[in-house]
Design a protein around this ligand. Sequence first.
Ligand code: KIV
Length: 264
Amino acid sequence: MAKTTLHTLLKMKQTGEKFSCLTSYDATQAHMVSSQGTHVILVGDSLGMVVQGRDSTVPVTMEDMVYHTRCVSRGNTDAMIMSDIPFMACATSEQTYTNAAALMQAGAEIIKLEGGRWLCETVRGLSERGVPTCLHLGLTPQSVSMLSGYKVQGRDEESATRMIEDARLLAEAGANILLLECVPTALAQEIARSVSIPVIGIGAGPDTDGQILVVYDMLGMTYGHRPRFVKDFMAETATPAEAVAKFIADVKSGTFPAPEHGFS
Ligand code: KIV
């Protein structure tokens, strides 16, 4: 497979071809998912929960993110590597520039930030300095205390309108990708149609341009509560590599996510 770049994802959005994304935290996972043709690997701060066994992503540090980004970049073949800026590591633009530099030097090709319009100035500054960004909207796990738990976001008209505006403002500021987590299917469809940049979904229905899952979840290794949007691809396949290949094929054909994986 050819190396995935921002241009690849933009072209796929324009032609309506769905792309696939999975998390990875080490070299073996990264090699397995990328060699099957996954377009984007996210070194997610979900590692705090699925690797470190913590209750949330809040304790994850920049040191953790740099370490796991290095591990993933050694195993990756052709996927684009996206790394999370962890909790409170993008509180100011200056702090974000320093932390983005550390992740890019560890092997990330795009950084992911959780938050809405308050990040516009930082996104513009990063873009001017050559750092691509993905902005995570909807259920933003780093704000779990403020959100009073892991709940679907954008269900009422006011919060849905705010999310649509956030998406537009961030795209105008120079964001390269949006990621929507746990938002109603109709709202995700509206956001994906209203911006020209690629939109990735998790628990956001079938109409986003790409889909992402945590690699352990799609391999049937969910630890604790299994979210509604998760599908165990190992239930239908014999090996982890086959499960990843099936995920990619199902995303491409539109078979995944099915209606039962989304929120109305
Ligand atoms: O950290 C992570 O793995 C994520 C995905 C669940 C989208 O943000």
